[in-house]
Design a protein around this ligand. Structure first.
Ligand code: SF4
Ligand code: SF4
Length: 441
């Protein structure tokens, strides 16, 4: 694509990066076919190619964002299916991240939208605040219908709908400390305790630590870790995202320098995509660029890490039919497609892949709150495809997808690690009936 940026504009490294990305696009439109918002809404401006044109126009003319561009960029899920499809290697992720930061700087949203976004940024990345908000949400549940009737209050209604009926207890394993591996030492890793996941389902990281230590891997929870920054990053709040990134880089750098790390294990693929991008996000900060690149190189999804271990024979051979839902951040963001399915199959599960596996389930960070109608359409489409597999359980590697799919599916939805842990001798995952785990011959 031809671009017309002035030399003065290109002196801004963010603009220079976006110009490089724009020049790679050859307008072929292949990406439109796999874009969930184009598939759902049928509008070229809600396709990757349409958004690329809008972003180019805004940046080239040095214009503040307007209502039209904000509407179409807000509808983008950042699922990155377009990056998997694009034959020209267009880095849509970095382009839309730049556009979102530009929108945040130059566009004044309506008051309720501003308040909702400020509240999400204030609450979600902090487990204590998030836990308190979930308690409050219980009081608001009877008013869901009322909120859903007023367009500006729909996000509040969506939030209340997604809030779980009960909140699990805080896990002691989320506290900084060391979990020694059993038997011959196979490795040493840090684990990201995270934010929303540690409140909604602390058992995911507990199970991960339990399985890894049984396999001989030492697991450290370094002091100072926090939210990865993805939630605010996708809202264009660049400074907040970079502050989270720096905080984690500092925490993991101390752990690397103290006793070394083989990997930084992440159990939420949405976080994994962002942490693997820290090197890029902090490239312009001389004090952090190298450290952030080192952290990104060490970041691994738990299934990526387990696939590199010499696993023993599983203790149980379940033969249960499992539908594997590949989160967008897993398959498009990190290009991890093989490992989770192979691990489940090796552990004795019969793995089925739902149709249209490339399409997002509509979770996408805060998307199911801020764009609840498109999100619900995508969720229902995803659940129909999952249920058509005839599986007894859904496995996936991202807490957002678990919450989203579980809100409409009839079968249990669990993190992949819980099924693997069970097959390798761990306890039965909570919330799954015994008959869901028995052999399906
Ligand atoms: S990130 Fe997803 S929703 Fe956004 S343009 Fe690409 S395919 Fe479409
Ligand atoms: S597939 Fe790639 S090159 Fe083609 S229009 Fe989409 S982004 Fe541009």
């Amino acid at each position: 694509m031809q671009t017309n940026f002035s030399l003065a504009q290109l002196a801004d490294p963010h603009v220079a990066e976006s110009e490089k990305i724009l020049r790679k696009c050859v307008h072929c439109g292949f990406c439109t076919a796999t874009c969930p918002t184009y598939v759902t809404l049928g509008n070229e401006l809600d396709s990757p190619r349409g958004r690329i044109y809008l972003i180019k126009d805004m940046l080239e003319n040095g214009r503040p964002a307007d209502k039209e561009i904000v509407t179409h960029i807000d509808r983008c899920l950042s699922c990155l299916a377009c990056m998997t499809t694009c034959p020209s290697g267009v880095n849509y992720m970095h382009l839309v991240d730049h556009a979102r930061a530009h929108i945040q700087e130059t566009y004044r949203r309506p008051l309720l939208d501003r308040l909702t976004r400020a509240m999400l940024a204030f609450v979600l990345p902090y487990p204590t605040r998030f836990r308190a908000a979930l308690r409050l949400a219980k009081l608001g549940k009877p008013f869901i219908g009322l909120f859903e009737k007023v367009p500006a209050l729909k996000p509040l209604g969506a939030m209340l709908k997604l809030a779980p009926a009960s909140i699990p207890k805080t896990s002691p394993m989320a506290s900084p400390g060391l979990h020694a591996g059993q038997g011959t030492k196979k490795g040493r890793v840090a684990i990201l305790t995270g934010c929303a996941q540690s409140v909604l389902d602390p058992a995911i990281n507990e199970t991960t630590i339990s399985l890894l230590t049984r396999l001989g891997v030492e697991v450290v929870v370094p002091p100072g870790e926090g939210c990865c920054g993805a939630l605010v990053h996708h809202m264009g709040r660049e400074q907040a995202a970079l502050a989270s990134a720096r905080q984690n880089v500092d925490a993991w750098t101390r752990a690397i320098e103290q006793s070394g790390l083989d990997a930084i294990v992440i159990t939420a693929s949405g976080c994994g995509t962002t942490i693997k991008d820290y090197g890029f996000m902090l490239r312009l900060d001389p004090a952090y660029a190298d450290k952030a690149a080192r952290v990104s190189a060490l970041a691994k999804d738990i299934t990526e890490y387990l696939a590199g271990l010499d696993l023993p024979e599983p203790v149980r051979k379940p033969r249960t039919i499992v539908a594997y839902h590949s989160a967008c951040s897993m398959q498009h963001g990190q290009k991890i497609t093989r490992q989770p399915k192979e691990l489940l199959a090796k552990a004795g599960f019969i793995v089925r892949e739902p149709r249209e596996g490339h399409l997002c389930c509509g979770s996408a960070g805060t998307y199911n709150i801020l764009q609840s109608e498109i999100s619900a359409e995508l969720r229902d489409r995803k659940v129909r495809n999952i249920e058509a597999t005839g599986a007894a359980i859904v496995a996936t590697g991202n807490i957002g997808c678990i919450t989203q799919i579980a809100s409409a599916a009839k079968m249990p939805v669990v993190h992949t690690i819980k099924l693997l842990d069970w097959a390798y001798g761990g306890p039965k995952p909570e919330g799954i009936l015994e008959e869901s785990l028995v052999a399906a011959e």
